[in-house]
Design a protein around this ligand. Structure first.
Ligand code: C2E
Ligand code: MG
Ligand code: MG
Length: 714
């Protein structure tokens, strides 16, 4: 027998006190490509074993000093010797020794006298069998480790006996202790969530009856009450002798599910506010649109932008910006939950997911099953009402205003993308119109909304019912560092809709002619207020009132003004009228006459929103005006827009050349203020100093300002 393979030569250690045995072994085994080590007593043998780690041991039972038993015992006590075959050399009839050796861990026995020709085969066989055993043990341990790492266990169900056997890992995965298990199904699956146990048994029964393979995901509740997600799989096999078997695995996939959940969260939710992001909003909207199609219902999407958000971020820092977004999200959720619209208990699927953050300062609110525009307007007014309370972030008290675009399904876009595009279009349109303004995507809906609400009728009664109010926004003279006047801005405290902004109802008032009585009310209220403040000895102030085109051209305009001033007893110098360029230019000669008349009465004229119209030097020179009011769209992007800064400084120069006062409106930041001051702007108005205020607050503001504790009013 020659060693034809490349295997290393097997190493045999023979421990025997008989020298002859050693000589023969050397001769015979050497020829057969074994390497033989010889030790003539137990002690020397143990030492040699320790040093060389042979593949097999031949151990004589009968030796002086340390006999074979003692040596065997010592060998088996050495770590790592369990799998080394130890072959005992005994006398043929020495059954007691054989028995004892076996107990002590001997692998095999060779009787003396030794049958030399078959010895090499016997040893080779033992070594091979042992190697196979070692390999098996190794691969079992690898498998066990792999299963442990993968939290995977395997089980086998023998259908004939209805008994299950399983690996230890199964107990770990299912949260059981091995002694709780006696081979029965109900023991094995007793930690499975009650809601899922039926499904599992059903799958097992089906595989038993029809040989179906199955894969289920169930929850197992462990002793410590932790819930684990477990995947159970099974396959059937017909085994000879055993009949039908179902082989299966259980695997704890909780961690994987958690990671998947995290990934899903990140790709579907905005981490800052926890609201659905654009992706998820699109999914929700898609489902909602289907719902509308099936049930013939309507939905409205409110696309909400936070005004001046970029500026808040820039001036107060991103952490304040983040805080604002979080609080804003909370408030939107509160509105969602508290709105009457929702409280009416419609079947709509008003899940929390209906408020989303599309990105940056843009949010959406989706209103399912609305009956008409009224519903969305009502919710909007709840939103506006919620924003009347300031947001407190890191010690700053911040008021937010918003702009809202509304898209309605069906009508404003046949699919998700178009619907969003149109909603955002309406939102951007609303942004251009001012603060707290909303805009329907479809013009007809804009009009319809208001007609539905019988806005006109309501407006007609608004004056009698005392629903109109004026807010006053201070105007600061920068050189004198003093409050020199205020702009009166009208609001409508609607009984259902809350505070309605002038941008919303002035156009209706103009269309319906209601602007005339409304304007008369505004002028007389503003003049009365100023007169009252004069009596209260507030510093000298000029009140500015906005005049609309219809009012300006109305025949009774001048006469009504005269009467009002006389009745109240206010000197006309205390009143300033704000007109837009278009009012003057549409019918220049008419306008010119009216302006001259006003001037002669002593009333001052300011050109509002200057820069957005013709801004022609020719007419400016001719007209009897006293002030230019730079439109806030030019102030907004200072100091980022070089163009705007150039325009603003040019308007200031122009005003100086024509000896007109110049006011900047919409001043929100210190940088804007400094820029305007450096370029010689006389007066400013805007949130930096104050928002429009109710009369009592205005008085407080003037007093505080006089004392020098003015503050930035975001
Ligand atoms: P306007 O005359 O240009 O008024 C300035 C608008 O800008 C006001 O909006 C004011 O609240 C807002 N504003 C003031 N400072 C800032 C600021 O720092 N940042 C921002 N983003 N906005 C600021 P409001 O009160 O909503 O009025 C909108 C428009 O409605 C007014 O524009 C005016 O054209 C009209 N309006 C207001 N009251 C009356 C009125 O009694 N009669 C008429 N005919 N129109 C009025
Ligand atoms: Mg104005
Ligand atoms: Mg203006």
């Amino acid at each position: 027998m020659t060693n034809t393979t490349q295997e290393p030569m097997p190493l045999i250690l023979a421990i025997d006190d008989d020298e002859t045995i050693h000589l023969i072994l050397d001769e015979i085994l050497g020829r057969e490509d074994f390497e033989v080590l010889s030790a003539s007593n137990g002690k020397a043998g143990l030492e040699m074993f320790r040093q060389r780690r042979p593949d097999l041991l031949l151990l004589d039972v009968m030796m002086p000093q340390m006999d074979g038993f003692a040596c065997l015992e010592a060998l088996r006590a050495m770590p790592g010797t369990q799998l080394v075959p130890i072959v005992m050399l005994t006398g043929a009839d020495d059954v007691d020794s054989i028995h004892r050796c076996f107990e002590l861990g001997a692998t095999d026995f060779i009787a003396k006298p030794i049958n030399w020709p078959i010895l090499p085969y016997r040893l080779r066989y033992l070594i091979r069998a042992n190697q196979a055993l070692a390999n098996l043990a190794r691969s079992e341990s690898v498998l066990r480790n792999a299963q442990k790492i993968a939290h995977l266990g395997n089980w086998d169900w023998e259908i004939n006996t209805d008994r299950i056997t399983c690996s230890n890992q199964v107990f770990k995965v299912l949260g059981l202790t091995p002694w709780e298990f006696h081979g029965h199904r109900q023991d094995l699956f007793k930690t499975v969530h009650p809601a899922e146990i039926f499904r599992l048994h059903q799958a097992l029964e089906l595989s038993k009856k029809h040989g179906h393979a199955f894969s289920l995901e169930i929850r197992a509740i462990h002793d410590d009450q932790t819930v684990h997600v477990v995947q159970i799989q099974g396959e059937t096999e017909l085994q000879e002798g055993l009949g039908l078997m179902v082989h299966g695995t259980v695997q704890d996939i909780t961690e994987r599910r958690n990671i998947e959940e995290k990934v899903r969260f990140l790709s579907y939710y905005d981490p800052l506010t926890g609201l659905p992001n654009r992706n998820l909003f699109k999914e929700i909207l898609g489902k909602a649109i289907n719902h509308c199609d099936h049930h013939q219902t309507m939905l409205a999407g409110l696309f909400i932008g936070i005004d001046r958000f970029k500026r808040i971020n820039e001036t107060l820092g991103p952490s304040v910006g983040d805080g604002i977004l979080q609080l804003f999200a909370d408030r939107m959720m509160q509105v969602m939950h508290n709105s009457d619209y929702l409280a009416e208990g419609k079947e709509a699927d008003n899940s929390e997911a209906t408020v989303s953050r599309l990105g940056g300062n843009e949010f959406t609110m989706m209103l399912m099953n609305i009956r008409d525009m009224h519903d969305s307007v009502k919710v909007i007014n709840h939103i506006l009402k919620a924003l009347e309370t300031p947001f407190n972030v890191e010690g700053h008290e911040i008021y937010l205003s918003i702009y809202i675009g509304i898209a309605v399904y069906p009508g404003d876009g046949p699919n998700v993308d178009d619907f969003i595009k149109n909603g955002e279009f309406a939102m951007n349109h609303a942004h251009k119109q001012g603060q707290n303004v909303y805009q329907f995507f479809s013009k007809s809906l804009n009009v319809a909304a208001f007609h539905r609400l019988s806005m006109e009728n309501d407006l007609r009664r608004a004056i009698e019912r005392d629903e109109l109010i004026l807010h006053y926004q201070p105007k600061i003279d920068l050189k004198r560092n003093q409050v020199v006047g205020m702009e009166a801005l009208v609001r409508w405290q609607h009984p259902d809709l809350g505070l309605v902004s002038p941008a919303q109802f002035i156009p209706i008032a103009e269309d319906s002619g209601l602007i005339v009585p409304i304007s008369e009310w505004v002028i007389s209220t503003a003049c009365n207020q100023l007169r009252a403040w004069q009596r209260e000895k507030l510093p000298p102030l000029i009140v500015a009132v906005n005049v609309s085109a219809v009012q300006f051209r109305h025949k009774g305009f001048l006469q009504s003004l005269r009467t009002t001033l006389e009745t109240i007893g206010l000197a006309p110098e205390g009143l300033k009228l704000e007109l837009t360029e278009s009012i003057l230019l549409d019918d220049f000669s008419e306008a010119f006459i009216t302006l001259c008349e006003l001037r002669s009465m002593g009333i001052q004229i300011s050109i509002d929103d200057f820069g957005t119209g013709y801004s022609s030097l020719a007419y400016l020179k001719k007209l009897p005006i006293s002030e230019l009011k730079i439109d806030r769209s030019f102030i907004r992007d200072i100091p980022n827009s070089v163009d705007d800064m150039t325009i603003v400084s040019a308007i200031i120069c122009l005003a100086k050349t024509l000896s007109l006062d110049v006011v900047a409106e919409g001043v929100e930041t210190e940088q804007q203020l400094n820029f305007l001051d450096q370029h010689g702007c006389d007066m400013v108005q805007g949130y930096f100093f104050s928002r429009p205020l109710v009369p009592q607050e205005f008085v407080r503001f003037v007093r505080d300002f006089e004392r020098g504790d003015k503050k930035c009013d975001y």
